[in-house]
Design a protein around this ligand. Structure first.
Ligand code: GDP
Ligand code: IMO
Ligand code: MG
Length: 426
């Protein structure tokens, strides 16, 4: 009865969507535990591309049940357009998607405030996706948010919306010099989507408990990545949720002892979108080549992703903090033809060599990477499905990433499609 967690080991966009899609085949339930529509998980099936933001990637496998846990913040507009896109693409969602009544709503005011906060910060901006994530989690934590279960209780909803707008309007009209919002208008809007949401709301925690007791297989799908975790990432350049594996227990209500395996997803190099420290960033033509070859442009915002070498200390940190049992290494093929390759093994900080990331975050801002150089491979790994068929230099490179990360590499991905994958033991 395994309960497995998928977690990003870097700054997001590691290819979690593709790995979830592969592993979904052997799972009955796929459940998102945190984040919102800031995520963009791309899955390519028979050349057809699907980009999922809120709905678990398992929706693309017929017969699988998909859950959105209490730890997720849901933008109803974004959810409905995602459902419509899936239906258009021939994917049935009806009866297969359940949203926790405890998940909070992202309202238009959250998106407006996200954007207003960013423009106010100017140079110091976080580089958020503008999807209202931070403001929505802030309201949840301040206990003035709108959880799904309010939507079916008119009295609670009305009183909560009025209180929320009291706070928001004082900020909007004062601090942000914007127009006051009318509670009647917002209530009408919420009532509109509440009807459509009602059949999707269900007791996800009980569904999970019963599934665990019945010996079913559950895959918990993380969004973002370890270095974007609110507590354990590069604060303040983080998202507002718990992206580490522990977030799955909190965001789905699964007891920690029921977790069987944590699968960390890492790219064969590193990318980051938005601002914040990134020790191995390449601001030269090599970084541009990786961006081109890896099509490193955001699935949610279309922004160019910053690219750099694989960061060993980041991988070790992610293995430790998530308890990674096995790594799925993605995008090895993107390095085809790149020579030489570098892997960061430590940082030089003020004359000292640092091999592990600790709670002193200023280290990452001052770190100069110490690299181990590798010969590249001149041939193609794209589409390879057997480890034995990889060029010797690629095998050596993968072996070194495993050593640096401190966890076994199980899956190796060599292309966008399902078929371009080296599965464990192959
Ligand atoms: P996620 O947010 O972690 O799910 O990752 P994204 O979907 O945002 O970004 C990963 C991108 O790389 C997507 O476009 C995937 O289709 C693509 N991708 C995943 N694995 C591979 C791979 O092994 N090789 C190549 N070339 N592309 C891949
Ligand atoms: P997936 O699930 C990469 C980044 C943003 C910004 C910071 C805060 O596709 O890996 P937010 O909108 O969350 O308040 O933005 O986090 N970010 C991501 N970067 N992949 C993601 O998701 C991300 N979701 C948020 O770029 O730096
Ligand atoms: Mg993504």
């Amino acid at each position: 009865m395994p309960v497995n967690i998928i977690v990003g080991m870097q700054w997001g966009d590691e290819g979690k969507g593709k790995i979830v899609d592969i592993l979904s085949e052997d799972h009955d339930i796929i459940a998102r535990y945190q984040g919102g529509a800031n995520a963009g998980h791309t899955v390519v099936i028979n050349g057809v591309k699907f980009v999922l933001h809120l709905i678990p990637s398992g929706i693309l496998r017929e017969g699988k049940t998909c859950l959105i846990g209490s730890g997720v913040v849901v933008d109803p507009q974004s959810l409905f357009s995602e459902m419509e896109l899936l239906e258009k693409g021939g994917v049935r969602t009806e009866g297969r998607l359940i949203i926790s009544p405890r998940a909070h709503c992202i309202l238009p005011v959250h998106k407006d405030m996200d954007k207003a906060n960013e423009s106010r910060k100017g140079q110091k901006k976080i580089g958020t996706t503008g999807k209202g994530i931070g403001p929505s989690y802030a309201d949840k934590t301040a206990r003035i948010g709108i959880p799904m279960f309010y939507l079916s209780d008119e009295r609670k909803l009305e009183s909560a919306v009025r209180s929320l707008l009291e706070v928001k309007n004082s900020l909007l009209t004062g601090f942000y010099s914007q127009k006051r919002l009318d509670p009647e208008g917002l209530l009408a809007e919420i009532r509109g989507f509440a009807k459509r949401l009602a059949p999707l709301i269900g007791d996800t925690r009980t569904v999970l408990r019963d599934a665990m007791n019945a010996g079913k297989n559950i895959l918990c799908e993380g969004a973002q990545g370890t270095m974007l975790d609110l507590d354990h990432g590069t604060y303040p350049y983080v998202t507002s949720s718990y992206t580490v594996s522990g977030g799955a227990c909190v965001g789905l209500g699964i007891p920690p002892r029921r977790i069987d395996k944590v699968i960390g997803v890492a790219k064969a190099y590193t990318t980051r979108v938005g601002e914040g420290p990134f020790p191995t960033e390449l601001s030269d033509s090599v970084g541009a080549k990786i961006r081109e070859d890896g099509a490193e442009f955001g699935a949610t915002t279309g922004r160019a992703r910053r690219c750099g070498w694989f960061d060993g200390p980041v991988a070790r940190y992610a293995t430790e903090i998530n308890g990674v049992d096995e790594i799925a290494l993605t995008k090895l093929d993107v390095l085809d033809g790149l020579d030489p390759l570098n892997v960061c093994v430590a940082y030089k900080v003020g004359g000292k060599t640092v091999e592990r990331i600790n709670d002193d975050l200023s280290i990452l801002e001052r770190a100069e990477p110490v690299y181990r150089q590798f010969d590249g491979w001149k041939c193609k790994t794209a589409g390879t499905t057997e480890f034995a068929k990889l060029p010797e230099n690629a095998k050596r490179y993968v072996g070194f990433l495993q050593e640096q990360s401190g966890a076994k590499i199980g899956i190796i991905s060599t292309g966008q499609g399902r078929e371009s994958t080296i599965l464990p033991g192959k």
